[in-house]
Structures are given as structure tokens and as C-alpha cells.
Design a protein around this ligand. Structure first.
Ligand code: SDX
Length: 435
């Protein structure tokens, strides 16, 4: 499968009343077909209505390949299973941004950039003070990322300098995330260390405190480092999902990368999207408090009183391959750390019941990436309100890559039309004459 597009492999005809539009059919490198409707309105006066954009696109992308029917996900052609089993997050971040896996020399240079740019400007510490301690870390993260444009106003697009820009953003967002956690606990921040890796630094900044020893290099903590590295790979990109579309929508106005990423953070926050991992833990904890009464939640979902968080997907009408990998990682982690996590038992029972219930089978509702990842983060000691922040850390290389790909296409501002359902012309009535 080459990274190509056949601009027109034929014509589609669409008849609307007495007009017939002839529209080019385009084909992607995976054989996927699209109808280019750029001239539909000129030919027929009509536009296409697609609630939620689930059947339309404005994007040609070569970054992620998703086959929702078969449950396949590839980043730049590499199977997600291979990347999780054999690659590291720094390799995958480099792959996202540069379109190829790094050589050892390139990977070490990327790590050096991550280390060099791991600190945030000391003036940014004052920003944390302005947030109430109860602030959601996603609110802090979105604001802090936008403020980075004040410190780094220029973005060069040549490979070397853009790789540095990407490493800077990936590294600083990790530091901001850990700092926001410490600030929310009223604890002193721990600074990044040059001798630690990206993930080691994150966990050290999160859990090291002045009053108790914390050895990130211990055998148990290295298990934590390894599984977190894999989790970040699982989240690195996923085509034109809602938050990536938000990044590109803002990017299409030629707003800077930091503003675009901040928009992605805000979109990811919602419980129907990245916020689902937090909602899954809250749901499982409610079931646990209910004495493990899975049945009640299943019935509530079937009565539409409630959505089972972590189930269903706009694209995957089969098992999300990332959920399979997350469950595998969780199983392995719990057995190695000899941790028993009651939420895992509840999650497995809930999954078993859902996958055997016609209501969910008919709607092709399977566990998605958020169903098991939240349990892993909880087992790592990461608090529930930080779970969507963890999604940001994983997804950031994909957002950066998608933004760069958009910049490379010769940007067209995103400006969807509408089907107007409001009133016709209405005459203005003065205030004193209104009843
Ligand atoms: C992510 O797009 C991406 O790639 C996102 C993501 C990424 O990597 O970026 O993969 C990450 O966001 C994963 C999804 C996390 N969200 C959740 O787990 C929230 C719970 N799931 C949903 O609300 C829902 O499944 C969506 C939003 C994920 C997908 O919704 P769809 O495919 O648009 O389905 P729909 O809303 O049209 O519902 C179809 C039917 C409806 O029933 P009927 O009206 O046909 O009777 O399925 C039902 C829905 O009520 N349904 C659910 C359900 N999800 C859909 N019923 C119960 N529980 C659910 N979770």
C-alpha cells in the first residue's frame, strides 16, 4: 500500500430533482473510495448533510490507517501490535512526526531534544498559582499549552527544527502535567532530570517527594515505566478523531501549533471522547460500591438511561485492537506486580456480559481503548482526574503530525456549510411596541 491517491477513477452521478451532478470518484492507497463533492452545489444547488461527519471527510492523510470492520490500526503502515510489542514511545513519537522509524542515532538525538527542552520557563510557575487547587488538570494543561506560544512564537518547518519543536512540546507538556498534579496536592514540584528518560521523568516528577525515598530505577518502578511507555504508544494517533479534527480546524486558520493543540486538549476532555477513561473508572467504582451489580448498569444502558463508558466506537464495529492490547498489558502487569485490582474483575465481568448480550451485539458495541487503560493508570497510582491528561501525553505526537501534514497540503480553512432551519425574514419591532 503506497502513500498515494488516485484523484479520479471514474464519475459518480447524483440526480437531484431535474439536475444531475457528475462527481469525481477518488481512491486512497488502501482502496478506500470517496466522492469529491466540490462541484455538487454548483451543479445542483444542494450540499451534503452528514450529522457528526461520520461519513464525510475533508482530509487526505497518510498517518494512521484504521479498518473499523476488521479491527486494524497502523501508524505510518506499522501495525499497532508490533509497535506496542517492540517499539518505544520515543520511536513512535519520532515516527509520527517524521514519517519513519528513527535510526539509533536519530532516536538518541530525539531523546537529547526531549531532555534539553524538559524544563518550563520559571515564569510559567506563576500561572499555576492562579488556578484553584480543585482545578481539573485538563483546564490547566489547555491554558499552559496556549501560553507556550508566548515563549516560542516561531515555528520552523524544516525537518530538523520541526523535530526540535515537536520534542519541545512533547517534553514540556509532560512536565506541565506532572507539575499540575503536584500543585493540586499542594506539594513542591520535582524537576526533570537529564539522566532519566521521558517516562522515567514523568513518574519521578509525579511520585518523588522530598520526605520519602523514591527510586525510579527500582525493578518495580521500571515495570511501571515499561507499561506506561506502551500505553502512550497505544494513544499516539487515531485518524481524524474529534480532538485531532479540533487541532486541524484551528490549524486551518493558520493559528499557531500551540493554539491548535490547546483546542485538541479541550475537545479530548469530553466524556464521549478522551474523558471516557475517567468516566470508565467512575463507572466501575460505582458498580463496585453497588456490590459489583453489573446487571443493573447493563439494564440502565439498555433502557438508555446510561451509556456504558469504554464501550462502542464511531469506527470500530469490532473489538478495538488497542483494547485487546491494553487488556493484555493490564493482565501481564497485575501478574508481575502481584497486585489484585477489584476493578479489573468487575471490568472483565462487565465485558463478558456485554459481549454476550444481543442488545450490544446488534449495535456492535465492544470495549474501546478507554475501557482498560483507566484501570492500568489507576494501578500505577495515577489519580482519576489525571487520566485524560495521560491520553494527551500519548496523543500529542499524533496531533503534531496531523497539524504538520495539514500545513503541508496548502491549507484551506475549515468552513462547513449548514442546512438552515430558522425563520424567514422577520420585521424589526421597537422595544416599546413589543408585547
Ligand atoms: C475515543 O474517534 C476516535 O477515534 C476516538 C478515540 C481516539 O483514539 O481518538 O478512539 C478515543 O474517544 C474512544 C470512545 C470513548 N468514548 C466512550 O467510551 C463513551 C461511550 N461510547 C459512546 O458514547 C459511543 O459509543 C461513541 C460516542 C464512542 C460512538 O458513538 P456512535 O458510534 O456514534 O454510536 P451512536 O451514538 O450513533 O449510537 C448507536 C447506538 C445507539 O442506540 P440506538 O439509538 O441505535 O438504539 O448504540 C448505542 C446508542 O444508544 N450506544 C451505546 C453506547 N454507545 C452507543 N449504548 C450504551 N453504551 C454505549 N457506550
Amino acid at each position: 500500500m503506497s502513500n498515494t491517491i488516485k484523484l479520479s477513477i471514474g464519475k459518480a452521478k447524483l440526480q437531484i430533482n431535474d439536475k444531475t451532478a457528475e462527481l469525481p470518484i477518488i481512491q486512497g492507497s488502501d482502496g478506500g473510495l470517496g466522492v469529491d463533492i466540490a462541484t455538487l452545489r454548483a451543479q445542483t444547488g444542494a450540499i451534503i448533510y452528514d450529522n457528526g461527519f461520520n461519513n464525510t471527510t475533508s482530509t487526505l492523510s497518510g498517518i494512521s490507517y484504521i479498518n473499523g470492520e476488521s479491527g486494524i490500526l497502523r501508524y505510518r503502515g506499522y501495525a499497532i501490535e508490533d509497535l506496542v510489542h517492540y517499539a518505544s514511545y520515543r520511536e513512535v513519537a519520532y515516527l509520527m512526526v517524521n514519517g519513519k522509524l528513527p535510526t539509533l542515532k536519530e532516536a538518541n538525538q530525539f531523546s537529547a531534544y526531549l531532555t534539553e527542552h524538559s524544563m518550563i520557563d520559571e515564569d510559567m510557575h506563576h500561572f499555576f498559582a492562579g488556578f484553584p487547587r480543585t482545578s481539573h488538570p485538563m483546564a490547566i494543561l489547555a491554558a499552559m499549552v496556549t501560553s507556550l506560544s508566548s515563549f516560542y512564537p516561531e515555528i520552523a518547518h524544516d525537518d530538523v527544527n520541526f523535530t526540535i519543536t515537536a520534542a519541545r512540546l512533547i517534553s514540556k507538556v509532560r512536565t506541565i502535567a506532572a507539575f499540575s498534579y503536584k500543585k493540586s496536592r499542594g506539594l513542591p514540584v520535582v524537576y526533570p532530570q537529564a539522566h532519566l528518560s521521558y517516562v522515567e521523568n514523568f513518574l519521578n516528577m509525579m511520585f518523588n517527594t522530598p520526605n520519602r525515598p523514591y527510586n525510579i530505577k527500582s525493578e518495580e518502578n521500571q515495570l511501571y515505566v515499561n507499561i506506561l511507555d506502551k500505553l502512550l504508544i497505544l494513544h499516539a494517533d487515531h485518524g481524524q478523531n474529534c480532538s485531532t479534527t479540533a487541532v486541524k480546524l484551528v490549524g486551518s486558520t493558520q493559528a499557531n501549533l500551540y493554539a491548535a493543540v490547546s483546542a485538541g486538549i479541550c475537545a479530548l476532555w469530553g466524556p464521549l471522547h478522551g474523558g471516557a477513561n475517567q468516566a470508565v473508572i467512575e463507572m466501575l467504582e460505582n458498580i463496585k460500591e453497588d456490590g459489583g451489580n453489573v446487571e443493573k448498569y447493563i439494564e440502565n444502558a439498555k433502557n438508555k438511561d446510561y451509556r456504558l463508558m469504554g464501550f462502542g466506537h464511531a469506527l470500530y464495529k469490532s473489538y478495538d485492537p488497542r483494547a485487546t492490547l491494553a487488556k493484555e498489558l493490564l493482565d501481564d502487569f497485575l501478574s508481575k506486580c502481584s497486585i489484585s485490582e477489584p476493578l479489573f474483575e468487575i471490568a472483565q465481568e462487565l465485558e463478558r456480559r456485554v459481549l454476550s448480550d444481543d442488545y450490544f451485539i446488534e449495535r456492535k458495541l465492544y470495549p474501546n481503548i478507554d475501557f482498560y487503560t483507566g484501570i492500568i493508570y489507576k494501578a500505577l497510582g495515577i489519580p482519576t482526574n489525571m487520566l485524560t491528561v495521560m491520553f494527551v501525553l500519548g496523543r500529542l505526537p499524533g496531533w503534531i503530525a496531523q497539524w504538520r501534514e495539514l500545513m503541508g497540503y496548502g491549507i484551506k480553512i475549515f468552513r462547513p456549510r449548514q442546512i438552515y432551519i430558522g425563520p424567514g425574514a422577520v420585521e424589526y419591532v421597537k422595544m416599546e411596541d413589543r408585547v
